[in-house]
Write a protein that binds this ligand. Structure first.
Ligand SMILES: [Zn+2]
Length: 291
């Protein structure tokens, strides 16, 4: 089943079929990924102009939301410390770009609220949007300001100095509409910080369907060129494009090893709590300024 060829969400060029849909390891993107194994995914089409990859047909929005509402990612909490380090560094960069510490922050897809806690510790007025019942409950118990849902939950008066959208865009049915809406909730000169998988990266091009970011929950596979085009289209000027190194516990990385026996053997040898930095240079970190 291939379906009709979709138009590129970023530049509008008709896309071409690249990978047919396949069965395989399924589940949420966080838990299902294993190095060099092929995950389940739907048919992926690629833009011949900017390289953006898009799933077609896209799933039904309501069904997708129900799925995310029911999701729990307990591993996310177990990895809180490396995430805290990444968020702290990014908040420092944002303060530099704004030439002052941000006063208000929105985290779209805030999960269990690690960034919100980090922002609160810096006296930033921080709010989150999240779908998962479990994660929203956790955040609210921790006294964090989180609304359940997407950007449609924001009111006309909700304006922010910085918006985080890390590991979110690739999960959206309509990334252009959402980014455009996000722009309307940013003060002039505010900073958007975005993390997305890079389909144009060396890892993605070499590994094809075996690239670890190819998995069922991902509906979009952006590229540097596509993201730049899209951000300009919805009212951002580009500030910086780099890659996000993965700061992780060894135990987090070990989960990616295919084969239970090998995984257990490595776990016995290497201390799981050690924090290491690796950068396969396949996750784009984009900082853009609201014009
Ligand atoms: Zn394109």
């Amino acid at each position: 089943m291939s379906g009709p060829c979709p138009a590129c969400p970023a530049c509008g060029t008709p896309c071409r079929m690249r990978f047919r849909s396949r069965q395989g390891i399924s589940g949420d993107c966080y838990g299902s990924r294993r190095l060099l194994l092929r995950n389940a995914h739907d048919a992926i089409f690629v833009c011949p102009s900017c390289g953006w990859g898009v799933v077609a047909p896209l799933p039904d929005q309501e069904r997708l939301e129900r799925r995310y509402r029911a999701s729990r990612e307990l591993a996310y909490l177990a990895d809180a410390q490396p995430r805290r380090i990444m968020f702290a560094r990014e908040l420092d960069v944002v303060a530099r770009l704004l030439s002052r510490p941000p006063q208000s922050l929105l985290d779209i897809g805030c999960s269990y609220g690690i960034l919100l806690e980090e922002a609160r510790a810096r006296s930033i007025q921080a709010e989150g949007l999240e779908l998962s019942d479990d994660a929203v409950g956790h955040c609210q118990e921790a006294g964090l300001s989180v609304r359940q849902g997407g950007v449609e939950r924001l009111g006309d008066d909700d304006l922010y100095d910085v918006v985080f959208m890390w590991d979110v865009l690739e999960h959206l049915v309509e990334p252009v509409a959402v980014l455009s809406r996000v722009r309307k909730h940013m003060n002039a000169g505010a900073i958007l910080t975005l993390v997305v998988p890079d389909r144009g990266s060396m890892a993605a091009r070499l590994l094809g369907e075996r690239w670890w970011s190819v998995c069922e929950p991902h509906l979009h596979y952006p590229t540097r060129r596509g993201i730049r085009y899209l951000l300009r289209l919805v009212g951002f000027s580009e500030v910086e494009v780099s890659t996000l190194p993965k700061i992780a516990h060894v135990s987090q990385l070990v989960r990616w090893i295919p084969g239970g026996a090998l995984r257990r053997a490595v776990s016995r040898i290497v201390p799981g709590a050690r924090v290491v930095t690796v950068d396969p240079r396949d996750q784009l970190l984009v900082r853009a300024r609201a014009e």
